[in-house]
Design a protein around this ligand. Structure first.
Ligand code: URA
Length: 210
């Protein structure tokens, strides 16, 4: 499968994203919008979940009604900003299994180094959605997906809020089997690896740090 990029261009997503990009939005406002937008993004990224049928009784009659097939899906948050997307998605899919991947950048090699990884079992049989709001250089996303594949994940999706062309290219080269979903494809990266026009540091904006 060639990894393809889906830009979720639903008007509500685009409108909320425009508000989030604005520098004077409060931490509380940013967090609320992120939660709202993540519900809409989750709706799109789970479109290909497989269905089976279950025999049920309505007040009128019996029927074979659609239900999700297979193991519960896995949501993997790349710490720390991934947690902002995770919270909203869990409201929509409360039974999902959840994992966390922590990476830091080695100051000498500038490459991502794992400091934490705790993921659900049975990843080989679960749709696994990796969440991180910003796909910038792609280095941490590629490393996180490497780690998940080593632990058996096969059916992966990557979900972000903003993507830079550099990160999309890096992901497509390293993991052509992983579809990418984003609310916008921005112009590129600045000299510090920030997405432009972007929204700044997603973690700082959602947690009120700086
Ligand atoms: N991480 C962020 O939080 N913002 C960017 O623009 C790039 C990476």
């Amino acid at each position: 499968m060639t990894n393809h990029l889906t830009v979720i261009d639903h008007p509500l997503v685009q409108h909320k994203l425009t508000i989030m990009r604005q520098k004077d939005v409060s931490t509380a406002g940013f967090r609320r919008l992120l939660r709202e937008i993540s519900l809409l993004l989750a709706y799109e990224v789970t479109r290909e979940l497989e269905l089976t049928t279950t025999r049920i009784e309505t007040p009128m009659t019996e029927m074979d009604a659609p239900t999700l097939e297979g193991k519960k899906l896995a949501l993997i948050s790349i710490l720390r900003a991934g947690n902002g997307l995770l919270d909203g998605i869990l409201e929509l899919i409360p039974s999902a299994r959840v994992g966390f991947v922590g990476l830091y950048r080695d100051p000498e090699t500038l490459q991502p180094v794992e400091y934490y990884c705790k993921v659900p079992g049975g990843l080989d049989a679960r749709m696994t959605i990796v969440v991180d709001p910003m796909l910038a250089t792609g280095n941490s996303s590629v490393a996180a997906i490497d780690m998940l594949k080593q632990r058996g994940a096969k059916n992966l999706r990557f979900l972000c809020l903003l993507a830079a062309p550099e990160g999309v290219k890096r992901m497509q080269e390293a993991h052509p089997d992983v579809p990418i979903f984003t609310a916008a494809l921005d112009d590129g990266l600045d000299d510090h690896g920030y997405i432009v026009p972007g929204l700044g540091d997603a973690g700082d904006r959602m947690f009120g740090t700086k």
